[in-house]
Design a protein around this ligand. Structure first.
Ligand SMILES: Nc1ncnc2c1ncn2[C@@H]1O[C@H](COP(=O)(O)OP(=O)(O)OP(=O)(O)O)[C@@H](O)[C@H]1O
Ligand SMILES: [Mg+2]
Length: 504
C-alpha cells in the first residue's frame, strides 16, 4: 500500500522505463572510467598545485568561500552569468568537458558525468533551466553554506552551449546516491544493519546542523538527494540538491510546491528546519522498513478545488501558488503520516532495531513539529552516541540500549514526560549496574561520555552514582586539578594547608 513504489523495496519500481534505470550501467562503469582517466592523465594532485584559471574560460570572478581548503581551481566560484550567451560562452563548456554519459534525470535537472579535459578528472554536470537570478538559487545557497564534508561541493556555473535558456552547474562527482547504494548493498530481503542507521543519523544530522546553523532550510530531504563517497567502514554521506532550499525563509508561508510528496512533514502551513528533521526521520524509516511513514486513505476521485471548498479550508496569505496548495492539502488528506516502530518484528522487517534507534527515528518523526528533535541536538547527541553504540555492539552488550522507559505508548503517544537527557541517564544507570555486578569497568568506561550530553540534574545524579565530585565533564576535572596544582605550587606548602582546610 505504498504511494511511492519508486523507493519501496517490495516493488522494484525504478527499473522499467525509469531514467534512473538507464543511468545504472554508467554508475557501475564509473569506477573503471575513473581508473582510465587517472591512468591517461597526469595526477590531479600535481595539477592542483598549479595556478589554473576558473573552469569557465568566459568568466573572471573571485572564489566564493575563502575558508575552504581546496585549491584555487576547486574552490566554488561566484560567477555572474552574461545576460546573453556569447560565442565564447557557448564554446567554453565544449572545449573543456567531454560528456561521459547520463547519471540521472531529476525533476529539475539532468545530471551527466563529464570529464574535465584539462584536469583529467570526472565531475558531475547538472543542466537546468536558467533562473531569474544571475546564479541559480542552488548555487547561491551553496555559497551561503561554504565548505562542509557532508555537503556537496560546487565548482562552477557555465552557460549551456546548446540552449541559452539553460545553465550547467559543475559539482564534485560522487559514486552514487543512497537509493543505488541501498539497492546494490542490501538487495531484496536483506535488512540494513543498525550501525548504518546510526551512521545516517550522525552524518546527515551533521549536515543539517550546518545547514540550519547558516539559516538555510533544505526542503527536499530524501534518499536520492543523499550522495555517497566511498570510505571505511561506511561511505561518507553528502547532502545535495539545494534546488528547493531557501535562506532565512518566512516560516508562515507554505512551500507546498517545493520538495517531494511523500517526504513532506505533516505540518502543511509551516516551513522551517523541523521539515528537514521529518525528512531525515523518513530516510531512516525507509531504510529500516522499505517505505516512507505514510498510509493511504481512499477518498475516491476528487477535484482539488471542490474538495478544498467543501472542507471549508483557506489558502494562507502570501502562498506562492494557491492551486498547488490545494492539491497538496488533498494529497495530505489522502496520505496521512503513520510512522511505524522499528524495534518490533513486522511484516517489513525480519530484524528488530534497538529501542534507542527507534527512539531517535521517532523523535525526528514527531507529529508536532515544535517537539521534534532539532539538528543541533541530534548532532550533539550523535557525536557521543555513535561511538557508544559501536563499543557496546563490539562488547555484545546491545541489551543496554533497551534499558529505558521512554514514556510513550506503542503508537508513540506521550504517557509521561521523559527528556532525552533522562533516557541517557537511564542507559548510564544500566551500564553502571552491569559493571558493578560483574566487576568489569569496561562498560561504564564506554558509558562515561554520556555524561556530556545529560542536562545538569541528570549529570549530578549520574556523578553521585560514580561517587565522584560534581564538576562538569571529565576534561574539566583534569584541567581544574592541573590549574589548582600549579597555583598551590606557586604559593607554597602553607597555602596548600589552608586550601585543604577550606575544602574540608
Ligand atoms: N554530484 C553528483 N554526483 C553523482 N550523482 C549525482 C550528483 N548530483 C546529482 N546526482 C544524481 O542525479 C540525481 C538528480 O540530481 P538532483 O537531485 O540534483 O536533481 P533534481 O532535478 O533537482 O532532482 P529532484 O528530482 O529531486 O528535483 C540525484 O538523485 C543523483 O542520483
Ligand atoms: Mg534531487
Amino acid at each position: 500500500m505504498n504511494a511511492y513504489p519508486f523507493y519501496s523495496r517490495p516493488v522494484q519500481g525504478l527499473t522499467q522505463g525509469s531514467p534512473r534505470a538507464a543511468a545504472m550501467p554508467l554508475k557501475q562503469k564509473l569506477g573503471s572510467l575513473l581508473a582510465r582517466v587517472r591512468a591517461d592523465k597526469p595526477r590531479i594532485a600535481t595539477l592542483h598545485t598549479e595556478s589554473t584559471p576558473g573552469l569557465g574560460g568566459n568568466h573572471h570572478s573571485p572564489p566564493v568561500d575563502e575558508r575552504n581548503t581546496h585549491t584555487d581551481h576547486e574552490k566554488p566560484v561566484s560567477l555572474p552569468s552574461p545576460p546573453h550567451q556569447s560565442l565564447a560562452a557557448a564554446t567554453a563548456f565544449t572545449d573543456r568537458f567531454k560528456d561521459c554519459g547520463l547519471i540521472a534525470e531529476g525533476g529539475n535537472g539532468v545530471v551527466h558525468a563529464c570529464e574535465d579535459l584539462r584536469l583529467g578528472k570526472l565531475v558531475a554536470v547538472k543542466t537546468l533551466s536558467r533562473s531569474s537570478t544571475p546564479l541559480p538559487r542552488e548555487v547561491l545557497t551553496l555559497q551561503q553554506l561554504g565548505d562542509h564534508p557532508n555537503i556537496v561541493r560546487c565548482f562552477d556555473v557555465l552557460d549551456d552551449p546548446a540552449d541559452p535558456w539553460k545553465q550547467k552547474i559543475i559539482f564534485e562527482l560522487c559514486e552514487m546516491d543512497l537509493v543505488d547504494y541501498w539497492e546494490t548493498q542490501w538487495p531484496e530481503g536483506t535488512d540494513v544493519p543498525e550501525m548504518f542507521l546510526w551512521h545516517v543519523l550522525k552524518q546527515v544530522g551533521a549536515a543539517l546542523a550546518h545547514v540550519h546553523g547558516r539559516g538555510v532550510v533544505h526542503g527536499d530531504l530524501k534518499p536520492p538527494n543523499v550522495l555517497l563517497v566511498p570510505e571505511k567502514p561506511w561511505p561518507r554521506l553528502i547532502l545535495t540538491d539545494f534546488g528547493a532550499a531557501r535562506i532565512d525563509p518566512p516560516t508562515s508561508v507554505p512551500r507546498c510546491h517545493m520538495g517531494t510528496y511523500g517526504w513532506h512533514p505533516p505540518e502543511i502551513n509551516v516551513y522551517g528546519p523541523a521539515n528537514d528533521m521529518w525528512g531525515l526521520g523518513c530516510v531512516v524509516h525507509w531504510l529500516a522498513l522499505g517505505h516512507e511513514p505514510t498510509s493511504n486513505r481512499d477518498l475516491g476521485p476528487q477535484n482539488a478545488d471542490e474538495w478544498f471548498a467543501n472542507e471549508r479550508r483557506h489558502v494562507p496569505a502570501h502562498t506562492p501558488s494557491p492551486e498547488c496548495f490545494k492539491q497538496y492539502c488533498l494529497w495530505h488528506a489522502q496520505h496521512f503520516p503513520v510512522p511505524e516502530r522499528i524495534d518490533r518484528f513486522t511484516k517489513y522487517a525480519s530484524i528488530q532495531r534497538s529501542k534507542l534507534m527507534n527512539y531517535f527515528m521517532m523523535r525526528s518523526l514527531e507529529m508536532r513539529f515544535w517537539s521534534r528533535i532539532t539538528a543541533f541536538e541530534l548532532n550533539r547527541f550523535m557525536s557521543v552516541l555513535y561511538d557508544f553504540v559501536q563499543g557496546i555492539t563490539e562488547m555484545g552488550k546491545e541489551g543496554v540500549l533497551e534499558h529505558f522507559d521512554e514514556g510513550r505508548s506503542e503508537t508513540w503517544e506521550c504517557i509521561k514526560a521523559v527528556s532525552d537527557s533522562d533516557i541517557f541517564f537511564q542507559i548510564f544507570t544500566a551500564c553502571h549496574s552491569w559493571s558493578h555486578y560483574v566487576k568489569n569497568d569496561r562498560l561504564i568506561g564506554l558509558a562515561k561520555p554520556l555524561l556530556d550530553i545529560m542536562d545538569s540534574a541528570d549529570f549530578a545524579k549520574a556523578h553521585k552514582l560514580l561517587g565522584r565530585p560534581m564538576i562538569r565533564g571529565p576534561p574539566a576535572i583534569q584541567e581544574l586539578e592541573t590549574q589548582l596544582g600549579d597555583m598551590l605550587k606557586d604559593v607554597g606548602p602553607a597555602a596548600q594547608d589552608d586550601s585543604n582546610r577550606e575544602n574540608l
